[in-house]
Design a protein around this ligand. Structure first.
Ligand SMILES: [Zn+2]
Length: 341
């Protein structure tokens, strides 16, 4: 029995010392120790020489050796894998397969650009919730219930609570900022907004806006005009001209829509500008005194201007994109065309 113990220990030491370097050596190990005529099988044959009272102990001893040898063999498996790959012709010194870089979404590119231009004029970014209440989205902006202008901004309401809705513009953020009462106020509010509209090449049920607001003493329409002129030149280049057309918004008075000279034809008239030479890009105006009062601001002391534009529209003009739906389809053939992140 003692002889058997010594023998098993010796074999274990021998097996531990084995270091097969490749598939062939590994196979040699398997044949030598685990094969049908291998060492483990042959030492099992010793069992017949063991006395009956020692059979149990000897059986455990030999079984232990068998498991030890199998585990040792299995441990070569992982290491030897790489060697096999080389044998199959994989050259590990070759450069790896490249992982393609993503690109920034065109809406993000233009949005960041707009923020950077206005931040140079002292505007800071303000954000607010996309799920709004009626007061912040409509009532405070001079759009009381049953006001016909609400029809232009039909949106999605939360069924359980009709006072909650998906905001139709980021003007709701301006209301929240004005309510805090820290004046003067100079903010831009970028963000996603929602309208109940049929999806087409020119309209979508969600899109992105940037709105701006400046409230201080003695702010005039001249400040509005100069601010937007600066923006347009920075965004589209020095040769671009602007014009204002009178318009109507419930929350501004006077109100205007601003056009820029057509980037495609330079004002001569083409299909993009519908032969007019001008393209509309935003709405603006002086903040209505009632809106200031709704937010607790003294309209005799303070005046302000506001403007709002669709980021999709600016992006379409800048990159000459014809279909609004491309922005939300996630087609990489489209997205890949923009600057690398
Ligand atoms: Zn044109």
């Amino acid at each position: 029995m003692e002889d058997l113990k010594t023998l098993v220990e010796r074999y274990k030491a021998e097996i531990m010392a084995e270091q097969p370097q490749n598939a062939a050596e590994k196979e040699a190990f398997r044949i030598k120790y685990l094969g049908t005529k291998g060492l483990v099988k042959s030492i099992m044959g010793e069992m017949k020489n063991v006395s009956p009272e020692n059979k149990k102990e000897a059986g455990q001893l030999l079984n232990d050796l068998k498991i030890f040898t199998e585990q040792r063999f299995a441990s070569f498996e992982d290491d030897a894998g790489d060697e096999n790959d080389i044998a199959e012709g994989v050259d590990l010194s070759l450069p790896g397969s490249p992982v393609p870089f993503g690109t920034r979404h065109p809406i993000s590119i233009v949005s960041n650009r707009i923020i950077s231009i206005f931040s140079r004029l002292g505007f800071s970014v303000a954000e607010g919730p996309e799920i709004e209440d009626d007061f912040h989205n409509f009532s405070a902006l001079n759009l009381p219930e049953n006001h016909p202008a609400r029809d232009m901004q039909d949106t999605f309401y939360i069924h359980q609570n009709p006072d909650w809705l998906l905001r139709t513009h980021t003007s709701s953020v301006q209301i929240r900022e004005m309510q805090q009462g820290k004046l003067p106020l100079r903010i831009i509010c970028p963000g996603r907004v929602y309208r109940n509209e049929t999806i087409s090449a020119r309209a979508h049920c969600f899109f992105n806006q940037v709105e701006g607001l400046y409230i201080a003493e003695n702010v005039s329409f001249a400040d509005l005009k100069q601010t937007l002129y600066f923006f347009v030149q920075e965004m589209f280049g020095n040769t671009v001209k602007i014009r204002f057309r009178p318009s109507y918004f419930p929350f501004t008075e006077p109100s205007a829509e601003m056009d820029i000279s057509c980037l495609i034809c330079g004002g001569e008239g083409c299909s993009v500008c519908k032969k007019t030479g001008w393209v509309e890009i935003l709405g603006c105006g002086m903040v209505h005194p009632q809106v200031l009062e709704n937010c607790g601001i003294d309209s005799n002391k303070y005046t302000g201007f506001a403007f709002g534009m669709g980021i999709e529209r600016i992006t379409m003009l800048k990159y000459r994109i014809k279909d609004l739906r491309l922005f939300s389809e996630n087609d990489v053939r489209f997205l890949r065309q923009f600057e690398s992140a």
